[in-house]
Design a protein. Structure first.
Length: 620
């Protein structure tokens, strides 16, 4: 008799209740890898047999089970565990999105001025002229002033991007040649002073007279002193032009800019000088005392290479980069997952060498692995700074912009990862000029910008969020196929008179409400109806309010079959465990607390497992 009882206790302990208690404890503990980690040795108790009840003895408690043993992330590139235990979601598109723009240079065809004669009348230097009334009074000096070249520029090839113009950069040269008549060299020892005044709007880079450099003063004039007429009979002057300033103008020198229509410039090159008596060989003076020089000015093709202005630079782009996300951990890859993050950060990292701030608008689109667009939202306008780099941080929670980071708040941005995305893109992009000041642009220069996205977030839940863990207790058939409860007959219907119940106190440090469901799978891989085999937990485990202080509650889990035949086919029990930010009524959300793999645990205390009803079986 004693032998038979010992065999029965051993059979019940090893085959039924040890594993069933293990099963129920695992359901509440949200454990993964059940067959390896949390068997009854962790509970450190034995099953007592007496009457209809089996209860656990010993300390009746588990150790705190950390989330790292529940949520496996091996092989995932989307989720990482930081050193402090915080789950971090990361994604980076390492291939930057590039775009470029340029404004073509403008070339104005060369303009050749006609030759002009500069006449010097030295009659007043002659002592030979006399009057019947009195002798001539000889002058000590003679001054002259003549326009030697008329400059005129006009082009209708004006880039539409230029809305206002202040200065244009040019590449052009002017060559001037003055040819003297034969008497000049003989009569003039030198010219005391010769001045060349350029149009007020012309910006001169360099001046070379007969191989010698000259300097321009603030009045746009350069002065030659004590100029000896060259024996070759002519003198040459080379001027290099570097720009035209639209703000400098007078009656005879001005530039007209008409947006999108034309650029017109008109100006005069003026020569002035002084001839002193002591610089003249008076002995050679003879009628008619007129000396002259022919002056010609040739201007090369003028190339406008850039400008300072205000611009209407607009770009339309189908897309401004994308973020590809893949290789999710299994605890996020479930239809019941609602990955509503408390404050997701989708960062647009950019480098922009265009010296114009761009005002960007567009739509953020998230699509799944089947290319279904499940989230589409407008992005509030933001400025992408010119001539530099920075970060545009698209977020849910308002924050101050700082340093090179500009925060753009999108209240519903969490929807882009509500369902796990395969791809997030900024599409239908329009970029317009956001600069209000004067900006310098080079024509023909390929300006470019480079952008790429990063996703960096702690796994902290927002309202409505839920994460899921699934696990399976496998290969149960061999140890449950002979399990039988006593059957009774009620009104001609046979049913099982019994079930198994587990009671425990739960300490939960996870900032999420925990709901556990389970169902059976037969040896053909089909689900077993809950009308035949049903597992129920009487309540949802409350969330920790701060992820540190545990919530506490008492739970009751019941496993009940309605017929003994179900044990013949039962092969697996699948668990579905949901951690939600909201309680079972959708109220009292716990949000914004990072989920921690190391510090947030679930613990069962005071575990009691009871059998209700009679077990029967062939123990021989």
């Amino acid at each position: 008799m004693i032998t038979f009882r010992n065999k029965m206790v051993k059979l019940i302990y090893n085959r039924y209740f040890l594993r069933f208690a293990w099963l129920l404890a695992c359901m509440v503990c949200l454990t993964s890898c059940i067959d390896k980690h949390y068997d009854m040795d962790k509970i450190d108790a034995t099953v007592g047999v007496g009457g209809d009840n089996f209860t656990l003895y010993g300390n009746n408690s588990t150790n705190g089970i950390p989330l790292e043993d529940i949520f496996e992330i091996e092989g995932s590139v989307f989720v990482h565990v930081k050193d402090d235990g915080t789950y971090e979601l990361t994604g980076t598109n390492t291939t930057p999105f590039n775009m470029s723009t340029s404004i073509d240079p403008i070339t104005i065809s060369s303009s050749i001025t006609r030759e002009k004669e500069i006449v010097i009348n030295l009659k007043d230097f002659s002592e030979k002229e006399s009057s019947k009334v009195r002798a001539r009074k000889v002058k000590k000096e003679v001054t002259i002033e003549r326009t030697v070249a008329n400059l005129e520029y006009e082009t209708t090839n004006i880039p539409e991007e230029i809305s206002e113009l202040r200065y244009v950069n040019t590449e052009a040269t002017m060559h001037m040649r003055m040819t003297f008549n034969e008497n000049v060299v003989q009569v003039l020892k030198k010219l005391a002073e010769v001045k060349f005044t350029m149009p007020t709007f012309i910006d001169v880079e360099s001046i070379v007279f007969e191989g010698q450099p000259c300097t321009m003063d603030e009045t746009n004039t350069f002065t030659l002193r004590d100029v000896v007429p060259p024996s070759k009979g002519y003198a040459e002057l080379d001027i290099t032009l570097k720009g035209m300033d639209l703000t400098k103008k007078d009656k005879n020198n001005y530039i007209i800019f008409e947006k999108g229509k034309r650029l017109y410039a008109k100006g005069e090159v003026v020569i002035s000088g002084t001839v002193k008596l002591e610089d003249v060989n008076v002995f050679y003076l003879k009628e008619p005392y007129i000396f002259s020089a022919m002056c010609s000015a040739n201007i090369s093709d003028t190339k406008i290479t850039g400008c300072i202005g205000k611009f209407d630079i607009n770009y339309d782009r189908d897309i401004l980069g994308k973020l590809v996300v893949n290789r999710y951990p299994v605890f996020l890859d479930d239809p019941d997952v609602r990955l509503k993050l408390y404050d997701p950060h989708i960062n647009l990292n950019y480098t922009n060498d265009l010296p114009v701030d761009g005002l960007v608008t567009g739509r953020l689109v998230a699509s799944d692995r089947f290319r279904y667009e499940f989230a589409v939202m407008d992005v509030p306008p933001f400025v992408m700074k010119g001539k530099g780099s920075g970060v545009i941080s698209l977020r849910r929670i308002p924050a101050e912009s700082h340093g090179d980071t500009t925060v753009v708040v999108i209240p519903n941005i969490t929807d882009v990862i509500n369902i796990l995305p395969c791809k997030v893109e900024l599409v239908d992009v329009k970029i317009t000029n956001a600069s209000t000041g004067w900006t310098e642009l080079k024509f023909g220069h390929q300006y470019s910008s480079h952008t790429y996205y990063t996703l960096t977030n702690s796994l902290a839940l927002a309202e409505g969020a839920q994460i899921v863990h699934n696990d399976t207790l496998k290969q149960m058939h061999d140890w449950v196929k002979d399990l039988r409860f006593k059957e009774i007959n009620e009104n001609g219907v046979s049913k099982i008179d019994g079930y198994v119940q587990m009671d425990a106190d739960v300490e939960n440090k996870i900032p999420a409400y925990i709901k556990v469901t389970a169902h059976g799978i037969d040896n053909k891989g089909d689900s077993i109806s809950t009308d035949r085999l049903n597992f129920t937990m009487d309540k949802v485990v409350p969330a920790s309010k701060d992820g540190v202080t545990p919530s506490e509650c008492h739970i009751t889990i019941i496993g009940k079959a309605t017929d003994n035949e179900v044990f013949k086919t039962l092969d697996q029990i699948k668990f579905h465990m949901i951690g939600s930010a909201n309680d079972e009524n959708g109220q009292n959300p716990v949000t914004g607390i990072p989920i921690n793999a190391l510090k947030q645990t679930v613990r069962l205390k005071n575990i009691v497992i009871k059998k209700h009803g009679k077990l029967i079986g062939d123990f021989n």
